[in-house]
Design a protein around this ligand. Structure first.
Ligand SMILES: [Zn+2]
Length: 98
């Protein structure tokens, strides 16, 4: 089992920022790995990364996307939490009435 390629490196490869040797090793792994192929496809579909030539701090885009996913996930969890909290309140109100 080999280690998967990081989103950062896939993005750099898509933008042509990796040195040829690393890019070759990377594309070899991607060719034989469904997971990394999917990742590379997803990354190549991010429009922001296409403008990487004018933005050398590109990995930030990847982190922004990851952060957005994490934020959405924690928001979802927070929503679930508040739902059970309001249920708790209902239950308490029912109990409170004489
Ligand atoms: Zn992989």
């Amino acid at each position: 089992m080999s280690v998967h390629i990081s989103a950062d490196e896939l993005a750099e490869a898509a933008a042509g920022l990796l040195n040829p040797a690393r890019a070759a090793a990377l594309s070899e792994h991607v060719a034989g790995c469904a997971y990394c192929t999917e990742m590379a496809t997803a990354i190549s579909q991010v429009p922001g990364l296409l403008a990487v030539e004018s933005a050398p701090t590109m990995p930030g885009d990847v982190f922004t996307r990851l952060e957005a996913v994490v934020a959405a996930e924690s928001e979802r969890r927070a929503a679930e939490g508040s739902q059970s909290a309001s249920e708790e309140r209902k239950r308490r109100r029912r109990k409170g009435g004489r």
